[in-house]
Structures are given as C-alpha cells and as structure tokens.
Design a protein around this ligand. Structure first.
Ligand code: HEM
Length: 461
C-alpha cells in the first residue's frame, strides 16, 4: 500500500466563504454567488442538517441509507423541487429533467433507446474524432501556448452531443447553444422569493430575472432543424431527433408537439454537454496538481493504446483512467446538488419532514464526508479500485444521482470522458498557469469560476 506523505499533498481549490454563521443577508448573497459556499466546514460531517429560511423548512440529507430512502425506496413520495424547476424551466421548458409523473415516464421511454449500451458504443467514433479535431487545433499552435481548458472541453462535448443526438445537420446550433448556456447560468440565480416558494407570478413581478431572449437564437435554429426534417422525413438519419419526431403515445397515438420536441432538444443539449465538460475540466486541474497520478495515467495509456486512438473496446482496459475520472467527480461533482420535495410528510433519520419541504442531497458534501472517505479532501484515484469501492455503501458516491431519476446519460458521459481524456493525455500535458485563480462555483452546475488557463506541453513518447 502506498503511504502518502501529508506534506506533499497539494491544497485543492474550494469555494471561498465568509467565516462563521451567515446572517440572512449574507446567506442570500452567498447562495446567488456560489451555493456551495453557504456550507460551514462542520456540514461535511453531518448526517442531516435541518434549516429554516423564514417559514420554509430545508433538510440536507447527507447519509447513504437516508439518501437511498429519498431517491429510491420512497422515490414515489418525492418530486423534483419547485426551486429547481423555477431555475431550469424558463430555459429548458418541460423536458426530461423537469417533467413529472406520466409525462416524464413517457419521455423517458422514448429517449431510453438512444442511451442504451449499443447506442453508446456506436457513438465512440464520434467522441474520438471530435477529441482528435481538438488535438489538431492545438497542434497548429506554437509550443507552450496558453488555452482555457474549461472552454475547450465545453466546445468538444457540445460538438459530440450535437452529432450523436442530432447528427451533423445540427452543427450550426453548436455556437448558439454554447453562448446560451453560459449566459443562462450566470443570469438565473435563486432569489429569496423562489426559496420561499412565493408564487411565480408575484416573484416575476417583484424581482424579474432577465432570461427573455437568451434562447431566442437557439429556438430559431431548432425551428430550422425541425423544419428541414419535416421537409425530408425519409432522408433523415435515425438519431434522437428522428425518434422524438416519430414518437407516438401508446394510448392516444398522438405525437410530441413542436414545443415538447424543442424542450427535449434543449434539455439534451444542456444536460448532455456541460456536466461532462466540467468533469473533464476538473480532471485536467487535478492531474496538473498530481504529477505521480498523471504519470500512472500515461503508463496505462502507453500500455493499452501505444499511441493509437482509443476505441470503445479499449475502455474495459483503461482501468486507472476510469478511476481518475471517478475520483475527479468525487471531489468536484458536476451536479453538486439534487433537490426534492416530499408530497406527503416523511420521516428521515428521526426527523419529521413535512410535505412540501425542501430536501437537498448534496454530492459536494457527501463525497467529502470524512466518515465515508479517508483523507476526504485528497485526490487518490486508487480509492476507486474495484475492491476498495466494493467496501463502501452504494449511496456514498452518486455523481449521476440514483433511483428512477438517475442520469439517463451516465454511460454516454463516462464513455465520452474516458475517450477524450485518453486521446488528449496521450499527446499533451496541461499545466495550470501560475497565479491563475481556481475556485469551484456552484451555480446550476459546478464550474471553475474563472475558467482554467493552462499551458500546453506536447508529450514526447
Ligand atoms: C459527467 C457528466 C454528467 C453528470 C455528472 C450528470 C449528472 C446528473 C444527475 C446527478 C442527474 C439526476 C438529477 C436529479 O436526480 O435531480 C442527471 C439527470 C439527467 N441527465 Fe445527466 N449528468 C451527466 C451527463 C449527462 C449526459 C451526457 C446527458 C445526455 C446526453 C445527460 C442527461 C440527463 C437527463 C436528460 C437527466 C434527467 C433524467 C430524468 O429525470 O429522467 N446527463 N444527470
């Protein structure tokens, strides 16, 4: 077993937070800036944190068996929370991420085949091709050039989701989505009135968020995409878009409305690229701080691939590469918080949770809970070796959520992250620029607040 010298472990980036207990005013300011900065250091150790914001009760559940209860065993009693819906719905509409009940079940049934193992394996060539395209643009730069790794990962994953789900005729949408998603996250922040569940019309009146127009350009592009498919339905590829357009309700025989299709398309674009890009960005950051782990990754890539592009069949052999990504999503879970609301009152860990309360499950806290993770704030990919992972409770690690609402794109995301990391790390090392500030910022997802300015170094293999 490797003994780790504590003096050598680098201090990793965490959110900046005012000391001590936050006043209501401070809390409201901090939650808009960075949701994760609201938690004091003690929060990582707790099983459940009961809070009250004026008349609203909030419970943070931070214990694996209780999380299993909420997300799986008693999932029928929990809907997605009103606050989460208010954040996402103005942009995403009612897609798979935000819908409930029968509508959600129908949408999930229609979309599931696009994410089954056969489909995911079939997307692998698109994934490596896009990663190689990125390498080609880097190869054209002078040695030692500076890039923003977060922006580069975002661009790559956006192209991949666009081609995999909507075929290449959607390429024109890529830039439009990229701009829209970034503006949306920065514009839409939780307001006190949202947190208190003040009716939406009143909230809009008192404190409007300026989301109007953010997706106009995108909607126009999607309209064009749909119109083109409508004109030539038989020439269209058999992709997710074709499936959405062809879907018929088994009971009524009706199809999805144009608005429903638009909402699914924007949901897949949004949910399907940013999170994976962030998982990769944090991975580059962590590798830049841990040269021994990086060297071990390089050794595996040499042994398994020997310089050639990775394929789907290689993935089972890229064991350490997978551990690196898993450990990266432990420390920096792209989906840092899941929010639910019980329909009827429930009891969790001896606390009575009233119907309608806010229930938060926060991978950011859970994945760093000291009683579940030794040296919880260190980057140690070996903790994901199968024999060590098997000794942990299943619900201690939930980067993709769990239960019926588990991420539909989990296998797609892992395939993509592995293939991109393996392709790029064979050819380049990325060094964090000295002095570049790194701060995890919890908005809708967990992003590096100031991007990731890194210097490219070509590897001589
Ligand atoms: C590393 C990358 C990703 C992470 C960490 C991630 C995380 C998550 C999490 C935690 C949830 C559950 C949310 C909840 O329970 O409230 C979720 C749901 C979802 N994800 Fe992902 N995701 C990733 C990639 C993707 C990709 C690549 C796609 C699509 C191509 C996708 C599409 C979705 C959709 C549509 C849902 C809603 C599922 C439902 O409610 O039925 N995600 N994701």
């Amino acid at each position: 077993m490797t003994v780790i010298d504590s003096s050598e472990a680098p201090v990793l980036a965490v959110p900046r937070r005012p000391d001590g207990q936050l006043s209501l005013r401070q809390f409201l300011r901090v939650i808009r800036e960075n949701a994760l900065a609201t938690y004091p250091p003690e929060a990582f150790n707790e099983d459940i944190i009961a809070q009250r914001l004026l008349w609203r009760r909030t419970f943070v559940i931070n214990e694996p068996s209780a999380i299993r209860h909420v997300l799986l065993d008693n999932a029928a009693n929990y809907t997605k929370s009103e606050v989460g819906r208010r954040l996402l719905e103005p942009g995403l509409g009612r897609g798979l991420l935000t819908s409930e009940g029968e509508t959600w079940r129908r949408h999930r049934r229609i979309m599931a085949p696009a994410f089954d193992p056969r489909s995911v394996a079939a997307y692998a060539p698109i994934m490596t091709e896009v990663a190689q395209g990125l390498l080609a643009t880097w190869d054209a730069l002078p040695e030692g050039s500076e890039i923003d790794a977060a922006a580069a990962m975002m661009q790559a994953t956006l192209y991949i989701i666009s081609r995999a789900m909507f075929s290449s005729d959607s390429d024109e949408v890529v830039d439009v989505v990229g701009r829209g998603v970034s503006r949306y996250q920065i514009t839409v922040r939780p307001r006190l009135l949202d947190l208190l569940h003040v009716p939406e019309w009143l909230t809009r009146l008192i404190s409007p968020q300026h989301t109007a127009g953010i997706f106009d350009e995108f909607d126009k592009s999607v309209d064009r995409l749909l119109a083109a498919r409508g004109r030539e339905p038989h020439a269209a590829p058999n992709d997710l878009l074709a499936r959405l357009l062809a879907a018929r309700d088994s009971e009524t025989g009706g199809g999805m409305s144009a608005k429903e299709v638009r909402d699914q398309v924007v949901t897949i674009f949004m949910a399907g690229h940013e999170t994976t890009a962030q998982a990769l960005s944090w991975t580059w950051y962590l590798l830049s701080q841990h040269p021994e782990a990086e060297a071990r990754l390089h050794d595996e890539l040499t042994a398994v691939l020997g310089g050639r592009a990775p394929r789907h069949e290689d993935i089972v052999n890229l064991r350490y590469t997978r551990m690196v990504i898993e450990e990266s999503m432990r420390l920096y879970p792209p989906a840092h918080t899941m929010a639910r609301q019980p329909i009827a009152a429930d009891e969790v860990l001896g606390h009575r949770i009233p119907g309608g309360a806010e229930v938060l499950i926060v991978p950011w806290l859970l994945h760093r809970k000291p009683s579940l993770w030794e040296r919880s704030d260190r980057f140690e990919p070996e903790r994901f070796a199968p024999e060590r992972a098997a000794s942990r409770p299943r619900f201690a690690y939930i980067p993709f959520g769990a239960g019926p609402r588990i991420c539909i794109g989990a296998a797609f995301a892992m395939e993509e992250a592995l293939l991109i990391l393996a392709t790029i790390a064979q050819r380049y090392r990325l060094h964090l620029n000295p002095g570049h500030p790194v701060e995890p910022q919890g908005l809708i997802t967990l992003r590096p607040r100031y991007g990731l300015k890194m210097t490219l170094q070509r590897r001589r293999t």
